[in-house]
Design a protein around this ligand. Sequence first.
Ligand SMILES: Cc1cc2nc3c(=O)[nH]c(=O)nc-3n(C[C@H](O)[C@H](O)[C@H](O)COP(=O)(O)O)c2cc1C
Length: 202
Amino acid sequence: MSNFPIENKRKADHSINPVFTDRWSPRSFSNEAITEDELLTLLEAARWAPSAFNAQPWRFSYALRGDALFQPLVDSMAPMNQLWAPKAAALVAVASFNLCTPPGAAAPIANGSHEFDTGAAWAFMAMQATFSGWYLHALGGIDFDKASAAISLPAEHQLHALIAVGKRGDPSVLPDALRERESPNPRKPIRELAVRGKFSDT
Ligand SMILES: Cc1cc2nc3c(=O)[nH]c(=O)nc-3n(C[C@H](O)[C@H](O)[C@H](O)COP(=O)(O)O)c2cc1C
Protein backbone atom coordinates (compact mmCIF):
# COMPACT_ATOMS: atom_id res chain seq x y z
CA MET A 1 0.00 0.00 0.00
CA SER A 2 1.45 3.39 -0.98
CA ASN A 3 1.46 6.34 1.41
CA PHE A 4 0.47 8.43 -1.59
CA PRO A 5 -2.98 7.19 -2.62
CA ILE A 6 -3.98 8.05 -6.14
CA GLU A 7 -7.52 7.91 -7.46
CA ASN A 8 -7.80 5.21 -10.08
CA LYS A 9 -10.64 6.25 -12.38
CA ARG A 10 -10.11 3.36 -14.77
CA LYS A 11 -13.29 1.45 -15.49
CA ALA A 12 -13.33 -1.70 -17.55
CA ASP A 13 -16.21 -1.99 -20.03
CA HIS A 14 -16.32 -5.74 -19.47
CA SER A 15 -15.82 -7.54 -16.19
CA ILE A 16 -12.13 -8.42 -15.67
CA ASN A 17 -9.84 -9.16 -12.77
CA PRO A 18 -8.93 -5.78 -11.19
CA VAL A 19 -5.22 -6.55 -11.52
CA PHE A 20 -5.42 -5.33 -15.12
CA THR A 21 -6.72 -1.88 -14.25
CA ASP A 22 -4.68 -1.66 -11.03
CA ARG A 23 -1.43 -2.02 -12.99
CA TRP A 24 -0.11 1.30 -14.18
CA SER A 25 3.25 2.97 -14.70
CA PRO A 26 4.06 5.63 -12.12
CA ARG A 27 7.13 7.84 -12.21
CA SER A 28 7.16 8.80 -8.54
CA PHE A 29 9.23 6.05 -7.01
CA SER A 30 10.13 5.99 -3.33
CA ASN A 31 13.67 5.20 -2.29
CA GLU A 32 12.62 1.75 -1.06
CA ALA A 33 15.09 -0.94 -2.07
CA ILE A 34 14.18 -4.30 -3.56
CA THR A 35 15.96 -7.51 -2.67
CA GLU A 36 17.30 -9.72 -5.40
CA ASP A 37 14.85 -12.44 -4.30
CA GLU A 38 11.90 -10.08 -4.71
CA LEU A 39 13.10 -9.05 -8.15
CA LEU A 40 13.56 -12.69 -9.10
CA THR A 41 9.89 -13.37 -8.27
CA LEU A 42 8.98 -10.89 -11.01
CA LEU A 43 11.33 -12.53 -13.49
CA GLU A 44 10.00 -15.91 -12.41
CA ALA A 45 6.53 -14.85 -13.55
CA ALA A 46 7.99 -13.71 -16.87
CA ARG A 47 9.59 -17.13 -17.25
CA TRP A 48 6.17 -18.77 -17.44
CA ALA A 49 4.99 -16.79 -20.45
CA PRO A 50 4.05 -18.73 -23.58
CA SER A 51 6.33 -18.67 -26.62
CA ALA A 52 6.50 -20.18 -30.09
CA PHE A 53 8.12 -23.63 -29.89
CA ASN A 54 8.49 -22.90 -26.16
CA ALA A 55 11.72 -21.21 -27.24
CA GLN A 56 11.56 -18.74 -24.30
CA PRO A 57 13.46 -16.04 -26.19
CA TRP A 58 13.29 -13.45 -23.38
CA ARG A 59 16.52 -12.47 -21.67
CA PHE A 60 16.96 -10.11 -18.73
CA SER A 61 19.95 -8.18 -17.46
CA TYR A 62 19.21 -6.45 -14.18
CA ALA A 63 20.80 -4.07 -11.72
CA LEU A 64 19.66 -3.24 -8.24
CA ARG A 65 20.20 0.40 -7.26
CA GLY A 66 23.82 0.58 -6.11
CA ASP A 67 25.02 -2.17 -8.46
CA ALA A 68 27.79 -1.19 -10.88
CA LEU A 69 25.47 -1.58 -13.87
CA PHE A 70 22.76 0.74 -12.50
CA GLN A 71 24.38 4.08 -13.40
CA PRO A 72 25.38 3.09 -16.95
CA LEU A 73 21.75 2.14 -17.55
CA VAL A 74 20.60 5.49 -16.16
CA ASP A 75 23.15 7.20 -18.43
CA SER A 76 21.55 5.51 -21.44
CA MET A 77 18.15 7.08 -20.69
CA ALA A 78 16.69 10.08 -22.48
CA PRO A 79 16.91 13.24 -20.32
CA MET A 80 13.13 13.16 -19.58
CA ASN A 81 13.45 9.66 -18.17
CA GLN A 82 16.50 10.61 -16.12
CA LEU A 83 14.24 13.00 -14.20
CA TRP A 84 12.52 10.13 -12.42
CA ALA A 85 13.87 6.66 -13.25
CA PRO A 86 17.10 6.88 -11.19
CA LYS A 87 14.96 6.51 -8.05
CA ALA A 88 13.89 3.02 -9.14
CA ALA A 89 14.88 0.17 -6.85
CA ALA A 90 16.04 -1.85 -9.85
CA LEU A 91 16.40 -1.56 -13.59
CA VAL A 92 15.79 -4.53 -15.84
CA ALA A 93 16.90 -4.62 -19.46
CA VAL A 94 14.46 -6.74 -21.46
CA ALA A 95 16.03 -8.36 -24.48
CA SER A 96 15.40 -11.38 -26.65
CA PHE A 97 17.35 -13.99 -28.55
CA ASN A 98 16.23 -13.86 -32.15
CA LEU A 99 17.10 -17.44 -33.17
CA CYS A 100 15.55 -20.73 -32.13
CA THR A 101 15.90 -24.40 -32.95
CA PRO A 102 12.42 -25.82 -33.57
CA PRO A 103 11.80 -29.51 -32.89
CA GLY A 104 13.47 -31.58 -35.62
CA ALA A 105 15.54 -28.68 -37.00
CA ALA A 106 19.23 -29.30 -37.39
CA ALA A 107 20.32 -25.72 -36.83
CA PRO A 108 18.92 -22.51 -35.36
CA ILE A 109 16.60 -20.47 -37.56
CA ALA A 110 15.22 -16.96 -37.23
CA ASN A 111 12.54 -16.87 -34.55
CA GLY A 112 9.75 -14.80 -36.05
CA SER A 113 8.03 -14.32 -32.71
CA HIS A 114 10.89 -13.43 -30.38
CA GLU A 115 9.53 -9.90 -29.97
CA PHE A 116 5.90 -10.96 -29.55
CA ASP A 117 6.83 -13.58 -26.96
CA THR A 118 9.10 -11.24 -25.03
CA GLY A 119 6.26 -8.73 -24.89
CA ALA A 120 4.18 -11.42 -23.22
CA ALA A 121 6.98 -12.11 -20.73
CA TRP A 122 7.23 -8.46 -19.71
CA ALA A 123 3.45 -8.33 -19.29
CA PHE A 124 3.57 -11.37 -16.99
CA MET A 125 6.26 -9.62 -14.99
CA ALA A 126 4.12 -6.50 -14.71
CA MET A 127 1.14 -8.51 -13.51
CA GLN A 128 3.20 -10.28 -10.84
CA ALA A 129 4.53 -6.92 -9.72
CA THR A 130 0.98 -5.65 -9.29
CA PHE A 131 0.09 -8.71 -7.23
CA SER A 132 3.06 -8.17 -4.95
CA GLY A 133 2.87 -4.40 -4.49
CA TRP A 134 5.64 -3.35 -6.86
CA TYR A 135 5.27 -0.99 -9.80
CA LEU A 136 7.01 -1.30 -13.15
CA HIS A 137 7.54 1.40 -15.72
CA ALA A 138 8.90 0.45 -19.15
CA LEU A 139 11.28 2.84 -20.87
CA GLY A 140 11.80 2.86 -24.61
CA GLY A 141 13.22 6.37 -24.39
CA ILE A 142 16.80 5.20 -24.16
CA ASP A 143 19.91 5.22 -26.30
CA PHE A 144 19.72 1.58 -27.40
CA ASP A 145 23.38 1.42 -28.47
CA LYS A 146 24.52 2.77 -25.14
CA ALA A 147 22.28 0.46 -23.13
CA SER A 148 23.22 -2.55 -25.27
CA ALA A 149 26.91 -1.82 -24.68
CA ALA A 150 26.30 -1.40 -20.95
CA ILE A 151 24.75 -4.86 -20.65
CA SER A 152 27.16 -6.47 -23.18
CA LEU A 153 24.21 -7.56 -25.28
CA PRO A 154 25.29 -10.72 -27.12
CA ALA A 155 25.07 -11.11 -30.91
CA GLU A 156 21.70 -12.27 -32.29
CA HIS A 157 19.95 -10.52 -29.41
CA GLN A 158 17.73 -7.45 -29.45
CA LEU A 159 17.21 -5.02 -26.62
CA HIS A 160 13.58 -3.89 -26.31
CA ALA A 161 13.30 -1.68 -23.24
CA LEU A 162 14.47 -0.96 -19.74
CA ILE A 163 12.03 -1.56 -16.92
CA ALA A 164 12.15 0.59 -13.81
CA VAL A 165 10.95 -1.28 -10.72
CA GLY A 166 9.95 0.39 -7.50
CA LYS A 167 7.45 1.28 -4.81
CA ARG A 168 5.38 4.38 -5.35
CA GLY A 169 6.65 7.55 -3.72
CA ASP A 170 5.68 11.19 -3.37
CA PRO A 171 4.42 12.59 -6.71
CA SER A 172 4.99 16.16 -5.53
CA VAL A 173 8.72 15.77 -6.15
CA LEU A 174 8.14 15.28 -9.88
CA PRO A 175 8.56 18.17 -12.33
CA ASP A 176 5.18 19.80 -13.12
CA ALA A 177 4.72 18.18 -16.52
CA LEU A 178 5.24 14.70 -15.12
CA ARG A 179 3.27 15.25 -11.92
CA GLU A 180 0.19 16.20 -13.96
CA ARG A 181 0.36 12.82 -15.71
CA GLU A 182 0.90 10.82 -12.52
CA SER A 183 -2.29 8.76 -12.47
CA PRO A 184 -3.65 5.67 -14.24
CA ASN A 185 -4.51 6.64 -17.80
CA PRO A 186 -7.54 5.53 -19.86
CA ARG A 187 -7.85 3.22 -22.83
CA LYS A 188 -9.47 3.36 -26.26
CA PRO A 189 -12.92 1.81 -26.43
CA ILE A 190 -12.81 -1.90 -27.23
CA ARG A 191 -14.81 -1.30 -30.40
CA GLU A 192 -11.89 0.70 -31.77
CA LEU A 193 -9.58 -2.25 -31.18
CA ALA A 194 -11.58 -5.40 -31.82
CA VAL A 195 -13.89 -6.28 -34.67
CA ARG A 196 -16.14 -9.29 -35.06
CA GLY A 197 -15.06 -10.48 -38.49
CA LYS A 198 -12.76 -8.71 -40.92
CA PHE A 199 -11.19 -5.36 -40.22
CA SER A 200 -12.81 -4.20 -43.45
CA ASP A 201 -16.26 -4.99 -41.94
CA THR A 202 -16.14 -1.89 -39.71
C1 LIG B 1 7.82 -0.34 -24.70
C2 LIG B 1 7.41 0.84 -23.83
C3 LIG B 1 8.20 1.96 -23.80
C4 LIG B 1 7.87 3.04 -22.97
N1 LIG B 1 8.73 4.11 -22.89
C5 LIG B 1 8.51 5.07 -21.97
C6 LIG B 1 9.49 6.08 -21.74
O1 LIG B 1 10.55 6.13 -22.36
N2 LIG B 1 9.21 7.01 -20.80
C7 LIG B 1 8.07 7.01 -20.06
O2 LIG B 1 7.91 7.87 -19.21
N3 LIG B 1 7.12 6.05 -20.25
C8 LIG B 1 7.32 5.07 -21.16
N4 LIG B 1 6.41 4.05 -21.33
C9 LIG B 1 5.20 4.01 -20.50
C10 LIG B 1 3.93 4.24 -21.32
O3 LIG B 1 3.80 5.59 -21.62
C11 LIG B 1 2.72 3.70 -20.53
O4 LIG B 1 2.86 2.32 -20.36
C12 LIG B 1 1.41 4.02 -21.25
O5 LIG B 1 1.13 5.40 -21.22
C13 LIG B 1 0.25 3.30 -20.58
O6 LIG B 1 0.16 3.67 -19.25
P1 LIG B 1 0.15 2.61 -18.07
O7 LIG B 1 1.38 1.73 -18.23
O8 LIG B 1 0.22 3.43 -16.81
O9 LIG B 1 -1.10 1.81 -18.18
C14 LIG B 1 6.71 2.99 -22.17
C15 LIG B 1 5.91 1.84 -22.22
C16 LIG B 1 6.24 0.78 -23.03
C17 LIG B 1 5.39 -0.48 -23.00
